[in-house]
Structure formats: structure tokens, C-alpha cells
Design a protein around this ligand. Sequence first.
Ligand code: ATP
Length: 240
Amino acid sequence: MTPLLTTRDLRKNYGGLRAVDGVDFTLLPGEIHAIIGPNGAGKTTFVSLVCGRVMPSSGTIIFDGDDITDLPAYRRVRQGIAYTFQITSVFAHLSAYDNVALPMQRTLTDGRSRAKLHAGVMNALERTGLAGRANSLAGTLSYGHQRLLEVAMGLALKPRLLILDEPTQGLSDGEIAGFMDLVREIAQDATVLLIEHNMQVVMGLADRITVMNAGRILAEGTPADIRANDEVQRAYLGTE
Ligand code: ATP
């Protein structure tokens, strides 16, 4: 199977600190892939390199056969890479609807009609269970709904790859269960790369898991492989 995303010897240094230190990573189309690892392992920096929020010190990023290493973030969005980050980034003073419409408008390159824009926004709000809140100001939504709104903003771009950085942080158990169903639904027609600290979510959702430690890949495999890996147990899982 041709990978959707490959990184080769990817590095990001901050001064003397090797935040990402030679990562060779492969993402297969259609999979739900979780990245786990202790605080400061380089997970956020790694996915930031993939989506272009941060540019690498060296190495290569190939997406769907194209070298995107030097592409700015907005061009990667057009290629089908959407992301939501740890810190909620919704516009509080805009409606949920407008929050979803805004990034779509920014990336529309083919002169799509207003009707198509509307259909795309409503589809993303419906999939995330927020259609009834379309006209609510984002700032009045609960924290959980704001996180879902961010996912809707990504989904509306019809990504081939959706990157989620700690999406369940701060959610209630009920919200987490709903979120897991949503990710499974998203994965029917997109590839999902998620950073996640909640091991129940990771083990319940991921097809494959990459464990990072100190900027490097420590292990990779199915949830069963990772559970059985002594090195991972010592470096990470055992300390949870
Ligand atoms: P967490 O689980 O806490 O989010 P992480 O695995 O995502 O951690 P990163 O946020 O990628 O880790 O950070 C990796 C290392 O790079 C850390 O030591 C962090 O302090 C450092 N780092 C990240 N961003 C910057 C930056 N902009 N400038 C300097 N150092 C940075």
C-alpha cells in the first residue's frame, strides 16, 4: 500500500534542543494513527512540521507522492491536510456557522458557489452534532462543543488527512465516547493522525500507534504490539 505521508530523517532544533530528532514515519491511507509519548517528547512539534506550522531544520516530508517539505501551511491545507491544535482557536465572537465557513472561504480556489459553501458548512456541523448550534456565538458554546467545532472546521475542508492534537483533553467521559464515534466515522473517508494522552482512547481507536520519546520514535505497532513492548512500558506506559 502506498503511504499517504512519509517523513524521512525529519529534524527540528530549537537552539541546542533536538525537539524532533531524525524521524522516519509512515502513515497509511485510511488508518487511525495515534502518537503517544511523555510530555516534551516532540509530538506537537512533529505534527506541526507535517502541517507546516513549523518548518523543519532538515529532512523531507512526502504527502501523497509530493514533496511538501517547503510548502507553506495554507498550500498544505489545499493539498488536503487539516488540523486542530491543543489550544482552542475558535473565534468566540463569530457564530459556529461562520467559524466553519471562514477557513473554507480562505481555501476555496475553484469558485464554488454560496450554495455549495452552505452545504459544506452544514454537513460539517451535522457530522459533529452541532447543527442545532449553528447560529450560536462560538464563545457561548461549552468547552466540549468548542472542541467539536474545531473538528468541524477541519472537516469542512474535506481533508484527506485530519490531524488532531490532544482532542479529548478537558472533555467529560460522555463527550469522549461521542468523540471516539466521530473519529471512527471520519476515518471512513479520511486518514486520522492524533496525539492523545488518554490511553483508553488510544487503545480503543488506533489502528497503529507510534511512541515518541526525546524527539525520536521509540516504537511503532498495533495497540497489542505497544502494550506488549517492554521498552515502552518502562519509558512511558508504566509511568502513567
Ligand atoms: P506535550 O505532550 O507536553 O504537548 P510534546 O510531546 O508535544 O509534549 P513538544 O511540544 O513537541 O512536545 O516539545 C518538544 C520539545 O521542544 C520540548 O522540550 C519543548 O519545550 C520544545 N519546544 C517546542 N516548541 C518550542 C519552541 N517554539 N521554542 C523552543 N522550544 C520548543
